[in-house]
Each structure stands twice: as structure tokens, then as C-alpha cells.
Design a protein. Structure first.
Length: 156
């Protein structure tokens, strides 16, 4: 049981690293066509072409879970659950907290949330595929925490 939890947590962490690399080299590279509308403010629809990247993680996660369950919960079942857990975190952090696609949790004074939003705002400062920074979702540079704390103190 503990090994399975370890596999899920380790996979979650590796998925963050994978997402960083995919974002930097695929989304801002050869797959820019799908990601470009995410960097624009004027959308024709609530959905974005960028939402297709959900499939990059959802399909392997589903397959690993399904085939793992078919083989008495083989170790790769837990890899699939780790990827799925990251997908859930991504949805909550990126779509709900950062981009506020759902109008809940819009006001937060939490330092981590403020730092995440600032790092992501800097990422979106560039509307082109070149010259961007901050490609991760959960792991961000310490300077954004310092900025968030300084901003909170100046607001008081």
C-alpha cells in the first residue's frame, strides 16, 4: 500500500517536470498552433484549442489505470493514478485559481496563490511563442514568493 502511494506521489512530481518540458518545447514549439489561443485574451469560445493538451495526459493515464486494473493492479495502475491526480491539480490550479475560468476562489491573499498567479502572468506577458518564461505550474521561482509577500505588506 505504501509503495503504491509512493508511486502515485513520485509520478505526480515527474508529471510536473514533464509538463514543464512539454510546455516549453512542444506547446511553445511545434504545437504552438494549439497553444497560441491560450495566450490571447479575445476568445471566440469558452473552449480553447489549448484544451487539446488535456488528451496528452488523460489518454495515457486512463490506459495505464485500465490495463493495470486488468492485471491485478499492476504497478503502472498507480502511475496512471499519479498522472490523473496531476491532471486534477492542473485543472484546479490552472483553470480555477490562475485563469479563473470558473468564478470561484477569485479573491485570495494566500502567498502561494499570489506567487502562482504572478509567475503565470509573467508567462502570458508574451503573446508569441518565443521569449516566454515560467513554464511550470506548481513549482515556481522563489522570487515570486518574495514579490507576493512584499505586495501583501504594501497592501496593508
Amino acid at each position: 500500500m505504501l509503495v503504491n502511494v509512493g508511486i502515485v506521489l513520485f509520478t505526480f512530481f515527474l508529471t510536473e517536470l514533464s509538463a514543464w518540458a512539454n510546455h516549453k518545447f512542444l506547446m511553445h514549439g511545434v504545437m504552438w498552433y494549439f497553444h497560441a489561443d491560450h495566450h490571447k485574451k479575445d476568445h471566440d469560445s469558452w473552449f480553447e484549442r489549448n484544451d487539446v493538451f488535456f488528451l496528452i495526459y488523460a489518454i495515457p493515464s486512463w490506459l495505464l489505470i485500465m490495463f493495470g486494473m486488468m492485471h491485478d493492479y499492476a504497478w503502472y495502475t498507480w502511475v496512471g493514478f499519479g498522472i490523473a491526480l496531476y491532471g486534477l491539480a492542473y485543472f484546479f490550479v490552472h483553470d480555477v485559481i490562475i485563469h479563473q475560468r470558473f468564478k470561484i476562489l477569485t479573491k485570495s491573499s494566500n502567498t502561494y496563490v499570489l506567487a502562482l498567479r504572478r509567475a503565470h502572468k509573467i508567462h502570458h506577458k508574451n503573446i508569441g511563442k518565443e521569449e516566454s518564461q515560467n513554464f511550470g505550474m506548481l513549482l515556481i521561482k522563489p522570487k515570486y514568493f518574495r514579490d507576493a509577500e512584499a505586495n501583501k505588506k504594501s497592501q496593508k
